[in-house]
Design a binder for this molecule. Structure first.
Ligand code: 13P
Length: 247
């Protein structure tokens, strides 16, 4: 069983999202796999409530505010996303951290807000190129994980996504060995906190320039339980091809 998730980022408004759903065909994707898309908030309801949505395609929100409601112009709260049909929330994506200055503390509060609303958090972690070159991969990804583990340890379910910042949208991917190494680091920390059996239930996804042609190799790496796809999830056929490629 693998998790195949698509993060549409700031693409696919309601009309384009509806067109995606009409075209998306998951018949080539094993029924054992879990499929999730993260549309922009403005398209969330249209996707979740569309009669054309394949029921296997679950829906998540790309970001939430840490408060449930209030004077926060332009923001979306976790209960609102849940009300619009989301069941997952992406927390701490590298673009949130590096373009919008989101801190580890912000991610912790957003994880807590997600859990209060009944959303399954997908925590994103990953190092920059500079951090990798200075040998700080483990330190950075464990710091990002540790910041939220207190909130996550009692969650019914959560996922982690390792997305090296230098591999996002660049065409560069981590080697399977690099991915396994980072995923192993995350798994070991999860085992310390949740026990071996508990940690084994947490899918750790790899993200960063995943395409139909490299998905299987990445997925075959030890401790890689799925993929979080950006650019290649925008096309219904390439998203389905990735799902089919992983077996
Ligand atoms: P790309 O697949 O476009 O590199 O994006 C990865 C990503 O950020 C998914 O969240």
């Amino acid at each position: 069983m693998a998790v195949i998730a698509g993060n549409w980022k700031m693409h696919h408004g309601p009309a384009d999202a509806a067109a995606f759903l009409t075209e998306f065909d998951a018949t080539s994707v094993s029924a054992a796999h879990e499929l999730i898309v993260f549309p922009p908030s403005i398209s969330l309801y249209a996707v979740a409530s569309s009669p054309h949505r394949d029921p296997r395609l679950q829906v998540g929100v790309q970001n939430v505010h840490w408060e449930d409601a209030g004077a926060f112009t332009g923001e979306t709260s976790a209960p609102m996303a849940a009300g619009a049909g989301a069941t997952f929330s992406l927390i701490g994506h590298s673009e949130r951290r590096h373009v919008f200055g989101e801190s580890d503390e912000d991610t912790r509060r957003k994880v807590e807000a997600s859990l209060r609303a009944g959303l399954v958090p997908v925590l994103c972690v990953g190092e920059t190129l500079e951090e990798r070159q200075s040998g700080a991969v483990e330190r950075v990804i464990l710091r990002q994980l540790d910041a939220v583990l207190g909130a996550l340890r009692d969650a019914d379910r959560f996922l982690v996504a390792y997305e090296p910042v230098w591999a996002i949208g660049t065409g560069e991917t981590a080697t399977p060995a690099d991915a396994s190494s980072a995923h192993g680091t995350l798994r070991a920390r999860l085992e310390e906190v949740l026990g071996v059996a508990g940690a084994a239930t947490v899918p750790i996804l790899y993200g960063g320039s995943v395409k139909p042609g490299n998905a299987l190799e990445l997925m075959s790496s030890v401790d890689v339980d799925g993929v979080l796809v950006g650019g290649a999830s925008l096309e219904p056929t390439s998203f389905a091809e990735i799902g089919a490629a992983v077996g």
